[in-house]
Design a protein around this ligand. Structure first.
Ligand SMILES: *Cc1c(COP(=O)(O)O)cnc(C)c1O
Length: 377
């Protein structure tokens, strides 16, 4: 028998003792086990509903027979490809086991007890986790109010005001998850210009491909202007490779050098590296994914508004909407109908749910199920 009387949690470092683990979207297999359902749609984790690029799958398959070899720890080919794609030097690229890994590297390289990381309320859940795990203090800045043009989005003035001598990192999600809100070019550039040089600015662009506002900035274009800038990108969302865990950071080479000191030597598998490179080159696949998302996001928004629900602006492949007190009951009811959404009360957005833009038939089925749950059937 395991002895459950010893409090092993006391052995952990203080930051870890107080940590709540990341809550992922409910996996389909779990809902299958729990409810005995087999016709399930998962609109909970902002995955690309089209599946991966066929070229990425072929490239991954090509690597399988070499599985007995360690991957290229330096990720030479993928970093070359990314450098060409972004018109930067390969020394500016840091590969991550998902961009999550890059966020953790930033925390490990720049944060510790006595230092602070600044980020917005309702921002991506990984920022508080990596900050606390590094022993640093999380400074959570109140977001825009509900009546702002970007409700619950980042308030850059308030974030700038929260920066102190102790601040070493600011995390900015653009667009933000779970709200979908985004920051336009001029204010974000002004924010970066105003940051003291002892602060590393992380601009997390996990959903960059989907952002269609002409005023939305590609922060990677500013790398030459801001030596303290780290832009993170992911292959998990528009590139449809979430299972492979691959993302990257773009930064000044000196910052990349620091990140690489804390990077695990073989953090991205050979299969993932090959798939990511092929996906990067499959422009048609990305164009198709983005077009489908734009069309279906508009359709979903119109349907949700037709149900009198308030929908936040979104530049991503998901929509966050307000249900009110019934949000949890609606979430549970949808689960029983085989539709998995993401509750966002843990993002301090009680009464809201987040839905990933799926395929047309999935979106239609979700709306039908929601209408029934809301008693509008
Ligand atoms: C999904 C997501 C990521 C990271 O995903 P990875 O799978 O680790 O690349 C990063 N930031 C935001 C805002 C996200 O929503």
């Amino acid at each position: 028998m395991l002895d459950r009387t010893i409090d092993l949690s006391q052995l952990a470092v203080p930051g870890v003792r107080g940590l709540q683990p990341y809550q992922p979207g409910k996996p389909e297999s779990e809902l299958k086990r729990e409810y005995g359902l087999d016709d399930i749609i998962k609109l909970a984790s902002n995955e690309n509903p089209m599946g991966p690029s066929a070229r990425a799958v072929a490239a991954a398959e090509g690597e399988l027979r070499g599985a007995h070899r360690y991957p290229d720890g330096a990720g030479f080919a993928l970093r070359q490809g990314l450098a060409r794609h972004h018109d930067v030097d390969p020394l500016q690229v840091t590969l991550g086991n998902g961009s999550n890994d890059v966020l953790a590297m930033v925390a490990n390289a720049f944060l510790e007890e006595g230092r602070e990381a600044v980020f917005s309320a309702h921002a991506f859940a990984v920022y508080p986790i990596v900050t606390q795990a590094a022993g640093a203090r999380a400074v959570v800045v109140p977001a825009n109010g509900p009546r702002h043009a970007m409700p619950y989005g980042h308030d850059l003035n308030a974030m700038a005001a929260a920066v102190t001598e102790q601040t070493r990192v600011v995390f900015v999600a653009n667009p933000n998850n779970p709200t979908g809100t985004w920051l336009r070019s001029a204010p974000l550039q002004a924010f970066l210009e105003g940051l003291p040089t002892h602060v590393i600015a992380v601009v997390d662009e996990a959903y960059v491909e989907y952002a269609d506002d002409p005023a939305y900035p590609d922060a990677s274009a500013w790398l030459a202007d801001f030596p303290n800038l780290v832009v993170t990108r992911s292959f998990s969302k528009a590139h449809g490779l979430a299972a492979f865990r691959v993302g990257y950071g773009l930064s000044h080479p000196a910052v990349a050098d620091l990140l690489n000191r804390v990077r695990q030597p073989f953090n991205v598998s050979s299969v993932a590296q090959a798939a990511a490179l092929a996906s990067l080159q499959d422009r048609d696949y990305i164009a198709q994914a983005v077009a489908l998302n734009a069309e279906q996001r508009d359709w979903l928004r119109a349907e949700l508004e037709e149900l009198d629900l308030t929908v936040l602006p979104s530049a991503g492949n998901f929509l966050c909407f307000r249900v009110g007190d019934a949000a949890d009951a609606v979430y549970q009811g949808l689960l029983q109908r085989g539709v998995i959404l993401r509750p966002v009360a843990n993002y301090d957005l009680p009464g809201h749910l987040r839905v990933t833009v799926g395929l047309p038939a999935e979106n239609a089925r979700f709306i039908d199920a929601l209408r029934t749950e809301l008693g509008r059937g």
